[in-house]
Ligand binder design. Structure first.
Ligand code: SF4
Length: 375
């Protein structure tokens, strides 16, 4: 039986954050019930064609999944169980915004079988949260984690914020640790053209890439001291609490995405649903798949994807498994890139990985594989 993951996109938010470039609608919560009815239908359509798969992870992302009425999440899980074969100990994650949570919601999530939560804290400094347009403060995070006491949860920490210092990063990590977070995603703010924060960027008010790299190094050290091991560039976990859903992405594993803007990778094909809410709903109601782009990834593109994703992880990838997957060795496929990047890579127990100290600058290493993959 083949194994895959399920991604469910919930595109509603109470307010648009100043840096947000995700598909999320701050003014359309009234559509939530109708949208979820369409999503249940898409789940049914996908489930019918994926009968020979087992699913080991489910991930509710957004948007803000914790913003919609929790009975809709329960309904989605009931539908997933009805339409897909879930493994007994499937990892089921829900993204949660600390400004949208209460006791009743948590109760319903647990009833739905959610066994992992991903909380968007970003920073413990309230002025920075306000700058980002987040709807919560640090105290709301503490409240949310109290409601989740004893549960497995992850915390998002953002770097590269206006006026952010090492002390701020320290306070954020210490808060997440003290509240019982088993997993921390620490990633740099990406400034997208067209978002309100872009103006701050143009005005030179955000830390530059060297300053962000310094914050990252500082945060990484602190996380390791506190027992979080880095297993991917931006992800740190207490041993045994790594995100299985994300590990599947980096292994170039298969997953089906449902909902507006959701992406999938199944049977060598990458496809993405429409980003337009009305179009999504109309499509599904009429019984059509809402995918608007689709690409079969083959040959060198598939090989580059495999290398690019796997080298994000601290473990790297097995050269034997690579050969098994593609029928050719890495040395045959990327001789020049391997030569050019040799000093940044290490090989042990048959696994190739980027050396610890260079993982943060992996893009400058991968560019050589990309260039050779394009030849
Ligand atoms: S909560 Fe997340 S998805 Fe919603 S507006 Fe903020 S960054 Fe975007």
């Amino acid at each position: 039986m083949k194994m895959a993951g399920i991604y469910v996109h919930i595109p509603f938010c109470r307010h648009k954050c100043s840096y947000c470039d995700f598909t999320s609608f701050p003014d359309k919560i009234d559509y939530a019930e109708a949208y979820m009815a369409c999503l249940y239908k898409e789940l049914k359509m996908r489930g019918e064609e994926l009968k020979d798969y087992e699913f080991d992870t489910v991930y509710f992302g957004g948007g803000t999944p914790s913003y919609i009425p929790p009975k809709l999440i329960l309904g989605a899980m009931n539908q997933i169980r009805k339409c897909f074969r879930l493994t007994e100990n499937a990892e089921i994650t829900l993204e949660l915004n600390p400004g949208t949570i209460g006791e009743g919601k948590v109760k319903t999530y647990l009833e739905a079988g959610i066994n992992r939560f991903s909380i968007g804290l970003q920073t413990a400094i309230d002025e920075q949260l306000a700058d980002l347009g987040r709807i919560h403060n640090a105290r709301d995070y503490v409240f949310a984690t109290k409601l989740l006491a004893g549960q497995n949860f992850s915390t998002d920490v953002m770097l590269g914020l206006k006026n952010q210092t090492k002390e701020d990063v320290c306070k954020t990590i210490e808060l997440a640790h003290a509240c019982g977070s088993k997993h921390i995603s620490m990633y740099a703010l990406t400034v997208e053209d067209g978002t309100p924060i872009y103006t701050d960027y143009l005005n030179g008010e955000l830390p530059d890439s060297d300053e962000v790299a310094e914050l990252y190094e500082y945060g990484k050290k602190l996380l390791e001291e506190k027992g979080y091991k880095r297993y991917e560039i931006s992800n740190f976990a207490v041993e045994g609490y790594e995100s299985r859903h994300n590990l599947n992405y980096w292994k170039r594993g298969e997953y089906i995405g449902v909902g507006v803007s959701a992406s999938s990778f199944m049977m060598g094909k990458r496809f993405t649903n429409t980003f337009d809410l009305d179009e999504y709903m109309k499509c599904v109601i009429s019984g059509f798949y809402p995918a608007v782009t689709s690409e079969q990834v083959e040959g060198k593109d598939a090989k580059f994807e495999y290398v690019m994703l796997a080298l994000r992880t601290a473990k790297g990838f097995s050269l034997d498994e690579y050969k098994e997957e593609f029928g050719t060795s890495l040395g045959e496929d990327f001789p020049t890139a391997l030569k050019k990047t040799a000093k940044y890579l290490e090989l042990s127990d048959g696994y190739l990985r980027i050396k610890e100290e260079y993982l943060y600058v992996q893009n400058s290493i991968l560019i050589h594989f990309l260039e050779e993959g394009a030849e």
